[in-house]
Write a protein that binds this ligand. Structure first.
Ligand code: NAP
Length: 488
């Protein structure tokens, strides 16, 4: 077995990989984490109302199911506590080196090893490298003229300033994505006046997410099979959503009607309805789950502005109609630099090849994990593995299993490194891209696509399909560098 593994990132992905490897006898593992503590997105995103909109019975590891979740979709702290608890129970919490910002990972063709360097000046050698930084970890600030001139207070939803008191303030929020729809209702309660800037409307489905009543909690906890049945039900519900995105003219239309009916019912004011109504196919961008966002927009002390933002001045935000919307605080709910993946880290593979060059035409990896020219490197939640209708934890478990198999295969051959064959990766990339044809994903622009329009974030199929593709690593897809035995 490779003696040393370095994992970058201690979110769900990094923890999943460490547990899987450790269970199978690979114990020399270090998890380098930029934040002082593990948790990844659930450590950073502490904005008010932060919760997962995937139900917790599904948004959790299959081997660490819980029966005592407080509600359908757990809030941020509960998920963070869960992840830390699982890491502790499996003894991988002690592998995490916090406050370690990886700046470069470099493969040495001679030594057949990775060297991983951090901004803090540390350097580690590794036989295998797992990049588990995910897609949603670098806050994106839009380039708006004058943004740095704003005289009030500013922060991003992923860097929430809890010391800043929003009470009595005029607050402006830019963005109406999955994060904003969670914090806007809370901010609306606190701010004196709230202005929400929306660039594109979204499709919504209901989500109330009240704490479970005591009776239901007791049933889930005590009645055998209830928790497992709920997980299974949620799994198939999510698969249905994916199928709706895959088939926008049939199932997608049905779910779109369901969404439209809910939105019409919530949006009684025709002017507000007109402003928020999406102008693209259901499922093209992420469908949002909220029953309290529209009621918040309908409040008399909340304004929804849909005119384009042209400039930010000292006093506030200027829109294309020439209006200045004065604000004391400006909150960016503008998402993440998803296409950057692990960059700005420098990743140098075989023969000094830069991963940026390899991905110049768009990020690509076999099953989202392995890249030709980058031996014994595995990406978790890499290109084309995001889900629009499922649980990313499900995918991460599968990826952990697959990379563990890769290292076992390597060991069985007495090889030094494993590298995906270029023609195999190219063929699987072509197949993935071809599967977007006819789906809702290609009917609008979204953060799933790169500048050229290629979808680099999402998996084009169901969770079940990804499970099938990753269940058994096919050794014929890989080259075993320095192999002692030829297993064919
Ligand atoms: P997001 O979905 O990318 O939303 C960003 C918002 O900012 C969009 O409304 C976008 O408008 C707007 N925006 C960006 N640049 C702008 C500009 N220059 N001017 C005006 N508006 C601008 O980001 P997010 O809400 O942080 O969510 C990111 C992802 O994180 C989600 O899609 C989801 O996968 C994940 N997430 C999950 C949960 C959960 O409960 N599971 C919760 C939060 C986040 P356009 O739509 O026009 O681009």
């Amino acid at each position: 077995m490779p003696s040393k593994v370095v994992i970058v990132g201690a979110g769900f992905g990094g923890i999943a990989a460490a547990i899987e490897l450790q269970r199978h006898g690979i114990t020399d593992i270090t998890i380098l984490e930029r934040a002082p503590e593990p948790g990844g997105t659930w450590f950073h995103n502490t904005y008010p109302g932060a919760a997962c909109d995937v139900p917790s019975h599904l948004y959790s590891f299959s081997y660490a199911q819980r029966r005592d979740w407080s509600r359908l979709c757990s809030p941020q702290q509960e998920i963070l506590d869960y992840l830390n608890g699982v890491a502790r129970d499996h003894g991988v919490d002690r592998l995490v080196a916090g406050s370690s910002t990886v700046t470069s990972c470099s493969w040495d063709d001679e030594a057949r090893r990775w060297t991983v360097t951090t901004a803090e000046g540390a350097s580690r050698e590794a036989d295998a490298l797992v990049l588990a930084t995910g897609q949603l970890h670098q806050p994106s600030f839009p380039r708006i003229e004058g943004a740095d001139r704003f005289a009030g207070h500013t922060f991003h939803s992923a860097l929430w300033d809890h010391d800043y008191d929003l009470r009595g303030k005029r607050v402006a929020v830019i963005g109406t994505g999955a994060s904003a729809v969670q914090f806007v209702p809370v901010v609306a309660e606190q701010a004196e006046r709230l202005t929400v800037f929306q660039r594109t409307g979204n499709w919504f489905v209901p989500r109330k997410n009240r704490a479970y009543p005591r009776g239901l909690k007791a049933i889930i906890k005590r009645v055998p099979g209830v928790q497992a049945a709920r997980r299974m039900y949620m799994f198939f519900y999510c698969e249905l959503l994916t199928q709706a995105i895959r088939h926008p003219n049939t199932l997608g239309r049905l779910l779109g009607w369901r969404s439209a009916a809910f939105m019409r019912w919530q949006l009684r004011d025709p002017e507000l309805r007109r402003k928020v109504w999406p102008d693209y196919t259901f499922g093209c961008k992420r469908v949002l789950f909220s029953s309290d966002f529209f009621p918040a927009l309908a409040r008399p002390d909340v304004d929804l502005v849909t005119d384009d933002i042209t400039e930010i001045r000292e006093e506030g935000v200027v829109t294309a109609d020439g209006r200045l919307h004065e604000a004391d605080c400006l909150i960016y709910g503008t998402g993440f630099r998803t296409n950057d993946f692990m960059f700005p880290m420098e990743i140098t593979g075989s023969q000094g090849r830069d991963l940026r060059d390899e991905w110049a035409g768009g990020a690509h990896a076999h099953l989202g994990m392995t890249v030709p020219g980058f031996p014994s490197m595995f990406v978790m939640y890499g290109p084309n593995t995001n889900t629009s209708g499922g649980s990313i934890i499900f995918y991460l478990e599968l990826q952990a299993r697959y990379l563990r198999q890769a290292l076992q295969q390597l060991d069985a051959r007495g090889a030094d490194a494993i590298e995906v064959r270029r023609e195999v990766e190219a063929a699987s990339d072509r197949e993935v891209q071809s599967r977007f044809a006819g789906t809702a994903w290609i009917r609008c622009d979204s953060w799933y696509r790169d500048d050229s329009g290629r979808i680099v974030a999402n998996w084009p199929g169901s969770m079940r399909e990804y499970e099938e593709k990753t269940r058994e690593l096919d050794p014929a897809h890989y080259e075993f560098i320095g192999a002692q035995l030829d297993h064919g």
